[in-house]
Design a protein around this ligand. Sequence first.
Ligand code: NAP
Length: 462
Amino acid sequence: MTSALPFTPERPLRVAVIGSGPSGIFATEALLKQQDVPVEVDVFDRLPTPYGLVRYGVAPDHLTIKSVTRGFEKTLSDPRVRFLGNVEFGTDLTYEEAKAHYDALVYTVGASSDRRLGIPGEHLQGSMSATEFVAWYNGHPDAATREIVLHATGVAVIGVGNVALDVSRILVKTVDELRESDIATHALGALEQSHVKDVWVLGRRGPLQAKFTTKELREFGELSGADPVVRAEEIAVTAAEEARVTDNVVKKNLEVLRDFAGRTPEGKDRRIHLRFLVSPVEILDDGQGHVGGLKVEKNRLDEQGNAVGTGEYEVLPVQMVLRSVGYKGVALPGVPFDERQGVIPNVEGRVAGRVGEYTAGWIKRGPSGVIGTNRKDAVDTVSHLLEDANTGRLPLAPQPARAAVDALLREKGVDVYTFHDWQVLDAHELAQGQAQGRPRAKVVHRHEMLQHRRTATQETEG
Ligand code: NAP
């Protein structure tokens, strides 16, 4: 059945946004900003807490990036919006149930998995994805119980994107520097005991092909406990190659790398080696199932700028390997998925082969761009959703009331975490942080979040 009439304040357009990370909130904001279609939005998240990547992906020492949440709070506080945390799409709310209660679904679940290298030794103890490591130090509930002991003195980080720089920086920062961040308390404790001395960040291609941005690269020159080390021969580019560079970020990156290459190390306790034209070929076993080294092959670039092995090898003395070669989307039950690309197949945000279903952010286009990139992406998707709403192309939900969703979730025993619950937890985390002289002390376990709400409610009632 399709809608013949526009939506009204009495029967607003009902939208479910699945995933409360940046793209989900930007999509919600875009729905609120327009005046043509009266709208109600329910934003779901499988975690009790909102903001996805901002809380669990952005580096804990990049607090200014996290200030984007002030705008997110405004969006989630709008009376037309509800946040329903701790609700897993596919089980707590199935695809069929969502279709019965909402006129439109917007999938904004990001890219929570990672890509593998496909080299021998990836299974060894001490080899893991940057995604797992980031989740651990950011206190993601799914990674909170993971024991990461930093007995490695050498760590290799594969890839030269911003995530690689994030994890490397966290590994070489001093405890005093880390205290200024909102890093999870368990990770702060482990990093305090860390033996790390050398971190190698490995790019398979040259400095002109690196994906990181200059601001992030510069931070390596400003660390109190680590020297940046760059080999001049690995960042050498010909005048002709340099003349062809049009991207300002690439030009500035090269300037910073040259500055690092020209520095004499100050003899700080730790070193961060930015290496280029090397590919990992095997993670070596120390004989006990643990990482004992990383064999890399030196590369040259072909005419197209692809890495080609030279047959010359080197072994790096590392006991930990973090692969930081890109995130990957995960399929949602009942929703089309392109396994190869790790995205929901779509045409400009309209899910392929479906009506009333949309997608935005990393699960729409893959894991690229900064947080702000997702605003335009979400606005584009929402413009198509609204076009469909205005032209009667949305299937009308048979049970469009908020109360009907609430009743369904109650019946299924789902313990919904509301935006108010989050605000109480947020205030608690900030207060706990302040007491420790830190910006925030995160509550990491799901059961602690739910328990905190019970305690806070009892205190209010008592
Ligand atoms: P990314 O920027 O796509 O970088 C992935 C890196 O992995 C590239 O250097 C790539 O090299 C390398 N790589 C891929 N496969 C490889 C292999 N088999 N062997 C060796 N190297 C390999 O991904 P990301 O770092 O995960 O970042 C994801 C997005 O989040 C990016 O848009 C990033 O800018 C953004 N982000 C931003 C910030 C910030 O603004 N501060 C922080 C974190 C993340 P090739 O180029 O040769 O493929």
